[in-house]
Design a protein around this ligand. Structure first.
Ligand SMILES: Nc1ncnc2c1ncn2[C@@H]1O[C@H](COP(=O)(O)OP(=O)(O)OP(=O)(O)O)[C@@H](O)[C@H]1O
Length: 343
């Protein structure tokens, strides 16, 4: 189950910088813009004069070497476009992208060798076995037989016993792990996973994560897009949120959580919540939940919890129970991605 230092193989094989002078940043994106040409503009039809929307609009991002980086964004935010530009599958309109200090335009082959992409779709040839698939992939990257680590990689993703089974006989979770194995064939120092756990059951999701965490602990930089905000919150040391093609926030996950400076306290009072709420509570923007708890959202830096509790007492309400909740990434995500939102 042990994988060797992945970075060493790729760097030596593909002529990129040696590991001891590895770059500080695994990925550097500067002023990246992508405008897809609309069908109307290509055919000169009506509406062609309307500027097409920017799938990516002046995106600048730096992903430090060794980080576990989350890219969050609602549907259509531009996440896949960003990944596809890095993978060389989509032509950017302007801006620069460097992967492992290699420019994707000027050093296209080397930069592609420095990155492994696990796509969202389970697009595997059903008539290939995992062993054949990895061997073909190794051939595409020009790896000689002694350089190949087919069985070792299959072992690391828990598929050694399926090495000779047809891909069509593998479960969805196994196929997902096979895609991770395929992306690792050339031992890239940067691994990009596009929604890797979508539709994967909880047990398998955890297996997949422990495998990816292990890769990260061994030095591989991980960039993942996910809709599971909790996943980003627990796994990723850095998070960027993109919305409508623009970076809405990019920071350490911990700083992002701190930035919102928001907590919620739910209070149960004896006899139930009065209707209407007393002015002292209305002044705090308190509201009543369907289960009768009184909810107050507050900024700890401005309003100490004691002041909120005083307001309850001043209103003559007896507090039976209270629960405070920290802000989570979901709050920040919603705040940043709804129209006009901002932290
Ligand atoms: N090939 C294409 N031609 C034209 N427009 C496109 C193309 N691919 C994406 N777009 C548009 O670019 C924008 C960004 O799409 P993208 O797929 O990158 O978003 P996303 O964040 O990956 O969304 P999702 O989470 O739904 O996969 C969207 O408005 C989308 O409609």
């Amino acid at each position: 189950m042990t994988a060797p230092a992945l970075t060493e193989t790729v760097l030596n094989t593909h002529g990129a910088p040696a590991p001891n002078n590895a770059p500080n940043n695994a990925i550097e994106i500067a002023h990246l813009t992508k405008v897809y040409r609309s069908r109307a503009s290509q055919s000169g039809r009506k509406g062609a004069d309307k500027a097409p929307p920017r799938a990516l609009d002046d995106v600048s991002l730096t992903i430090p070497r060794g980080s576990f980086f989350a890219l969050l964004g609602p549907n259509g935010a531009g996440k896949s476009t960003l990944i596809n530009v890095m993978a060389g599958l989509v032509m950017k309109t302007s801006g620069t992208v460097r992967i492992w200090d290699l420019d994707i335009d000027r050093q296209a082959r080397q930069s592609r060798a420095a990155i492994g992409i696990v796509p969202q779709e389970l697009n595997l040839d059903p008539f290939f076995t995992p062993r054949e698939l990895l061997e073909v992939q190794a051939g595409l990257y020009g790896l000689s037989r002694p350089e190949r680590r087919t069985m070792e990689i299959l072992e690391s993703v828990g598929l050694a016993d399926k090495a000779d089974a047809y891909a069509r006989t593998l479960s969805g979770g196994m196929r997902r792990r096979l895609l991770v194995a395929k992306a690792m064939v050339h031992s890239p120092p940067v691994l990009v996973l596009d929604e890797p756990t979508a539709g994967v059951d909880i047990e398998l999701r955890q297996q997949l994560w422990s495998m990816i965490k292990d890769l990260n602990a061994r030095g591989t930089t991980i960039l993942l897009t996910t809709h599971y905000l909790e996943e980003a919150e627990t796994l990723c040391d850095r998070t960027a949120i993109i919305n409508k093609g623009q970076v809405a926030a990019c920071d350490t996950t911990r700083n992002l959580l701190r930035r919102l400076d928001s907590k919620t306290v739910s209070v149960t009072v004896a006899g139930g919540a009065p209707d209407p709420l007393p002015p002292a509570l209305a002044a705090l923007d308190a509201c009543v939940r369907p289960d009768g708890q009184i909810l107050v959202r507050y900024k700890p830096s401005e309003t100490p919890i004691g002041r909120i509790l005083d307001a309850f007492r001043a209103a003559g309400l007896e507090i039976c129970d209270l629960v405070t909740e920290e802000t989570d990434l979901e709050d920040i995500f919603l705040q940043l991605t709804r129209d006009g939102g901002g932290v």
